[in-house]
Design a protein around this ligand. Sequence first.
Ligand SMILES: O=C(O)CCC(=O)N[C@@H](CCC(=O)O)C(=O)O
Ligand code: ZN
Length: 327
Amino acid sequence: MTDDVQLLNQTLAYDGGQIIFQDYGVVVIEPSEPGSKDVVYSCAVHGDETAPIEIVRDMIHGIMRGSIKPVQRTLFLIANPAAIAINKRFVDMNMNRLFSGAHEKGHSPEHKRAANIEHYVSAFFDDAPSGERRRYHYDLHTAIRDSQYEKFGVYPFTHGGPYKKDQLTFLAECGVTTILLNQAPTTTFSYYSVRTHRADAFTVELGKVKPFGENDRSKFAAAEKMFTKLICEAELDLPEFDPQRTKVFDVCRTINRTVEDFKLYFPDDVANFTPFKQGQLLATDGSKEYRVEQAGERIIFPNANVALGQRALLTVVDIPLERLQLV
Ligand SMILES: O=C(O)CCC(=O)N[C@@H](CCC(=O)O)C(=O)O
Ligand SMILES: [Zn+2]
């Protein structure tokens, strides 16, 4: 902790550029001869999701020690240090519902931090050298529940734009071979980067939430290797896109909690992506019942304790990848 405080507002050199400690949890890597990519890695939008924090911490330490030498401009964000300090998902508000200006509607620590984070991300992209550049943002998370597909990415709404083969391939190389298509604007961090900064951006769920020190880092090795390569190589040597590699799910329904009396009708240990039988009761929101409508409908991100007005459950169905417009 003492070291972190001493580093605040400091700039250190690494063999290849500078490490700028702009704010708590805001670290900018400026290579002296930057490549054409601007890469954002964020973690701890949810403060108890420790594996992504360990990954980002170790990448920053690797750069400080000289074992990782980025050639691409990189912004590392440890989004919610106050929530990490109390070992909780958030202090007052779920920060991943406060982007794209939603932070203007309140005054909690998360509202303020989300506003500052948007400022840091904008400054990072704006400060890039001129010329054609590619912007990437991987917002790293771990999920509350087990999952039938351990790693999965949320592809934010593209507003009809095509999905990118190189991004699906990069994620597959990270071990993320399941993709969930979000079909509507949201106030998540990854959608903010897509919409406001035209970045290729994803929420990446890397596994299940565990306390610090209990993460099996071997499960993240492929992802860590690819995250490092992306910033250390001028161009990634990715394999050709293989449509067989990635399984795609489409959001079927978003079920919000609108009243105090919200209930889920399946146990806490039911894993993400578990399918349910047609007609089965999934949730009640006061007197409103939510039952499975389609064959093959699966649940994801169930949480009966979200704030009123927020998403308490998603249902998804698998779709053939061939249905996507790919470039
Ligand atoms: O495990 C859970 O129930 C929640 C995991 C989580 O935090 N998921 C993200 C997904 C963001 C997105 O849809 O892009 C979230 O709910 O914020
Ligand atoms: Zn999360």
